[in-house]
Design a protein around this ligand. Structure first.
Ligand SMILES: *[C@@H]1O[C@H](CO)[C@@H](O)[C@H](O)[C@H]1NC(C)=O
Ligand SMILES: *[C@@H]1O[C@H](CO)[C@@H](O)[C@H](O)[C@H]1NC(C)=O
Ligand SMILES: *[C@@H]1O[C@H](CO)[C@@H](O)[C@H](O)[C@H]1NC(C)=O
Length: 223
């Protein structure tokens, strides 16, 4: 959890939630209006409000809007950790859950095109975070599938998109999965909304042409 204690400046005490930037919309609009007037503004730094849980900052950079929180690591005391707006931060990464579906290959390409990659899950904590996040987004009682960056279509072995060795990382397959490996060579997180009784072991393998949602991941920008 971020800790903004000791940085609170007087005069602004609007409560805020780290996960959401939507309450900044009016400011964002004003900033955009100014930016457009000034034409081709590359960098626009605006310190905004303090909340009870810390400081927040909106940054417009290369026409992407970023939401930043103070970095707590020792070597970056006065830095900010930024994720593009609409992405969710956990530890050192930003995560994007799509609202559209496509094949695994197209999903991988879409993430790459946004300067990210299909998510590579390397710890129990990350899996737990994604389990919470997908449950929150996928409220359908019918199973919703999110592609992750794991596929076996190249040489019959599971491979992470960033070459993280498969064997050495934690895996969270559903009981009895993966199966039908001769055909189903791409991995997806399966969720059933908030009533999902499953544990967070929720990976399943699917046909790579299945149209699924996707989770992209990129490192936080440290500023
Ligand atoms: C912003 O754009 C410039 C020039 O197009 C590029 O060199 C730079 O890496 C970009 N910065 C980010 C954060 O994408
Ligand atoms: C990726 O998909 C999103 C929609 O979820 C779209 O806005 C974006 O343009 C796509 N990017 C690329 C590079 O395909
Ligand atoms: C996931 O949600 C549970 C229950 O709300 C919570 O206890 C846990 O801390 C959350 N874990 C992560 C990593 O967000």
């Amino acid at each position: 959890m971020m800790n903004g204690q000791g940085r609170v400046s007087p005069g602004s005490a609007a409560p805020a939630e780290e996960r959401s930037c939507s309450w900044l919309n009016i400011w964002v609009f004003l900033i955009f209006a100014l930016a457009i007037k000034a034409a081709f503004v590359i960098i626009c730094l605006v310190a905004l409000l303090d909340g009870s849980s810390g400081h927040f900052k909106i940054l417009l950079r290369n026409s992407t809007e970023w939401c930043c929180v103070p970095s707590s690591s020792a070597e970056k005391l006065d830095g900010w950790m930024c994720c593009p707006k609409g992405w969710r931060r956990f530890q050192g990464s930003c995560y994007f859950l799509s609202t559209d579906t496509m094949s695994w290959a197209e999903s991988a390409q879409n993430c790459t095109g946004m300067g990210s990659q299909l998510v590579v899950i390397t710890s129990k904590a990350e899996q737990a975070f994604l389990f919470n996040l997908t449950k929150e987004k996928a409220t359908s009682t019918y199973e919703t599938k999110y592609y992750i960056g794991l596929a076996a279509y190249k040489n019959g072995k599971w491979q992470w998109v960033d070459q993280t060795p498969y064997e050495s990382t934690a895996t969270f397959w559903k009981p009895g999965e993966p199966n039908l490996l001769f055909a189903e060579k791409c991995a997806a997180i399966h969720v059933k909304g908030n009533t999902d009784p499953n544990t967070y072991s929720n990976w399943n393998n699917v046909l790579c042409i299945t149209s699924c949602y996707r989770i992209c991941e990129q490192a936080v920008q440290l500023l």
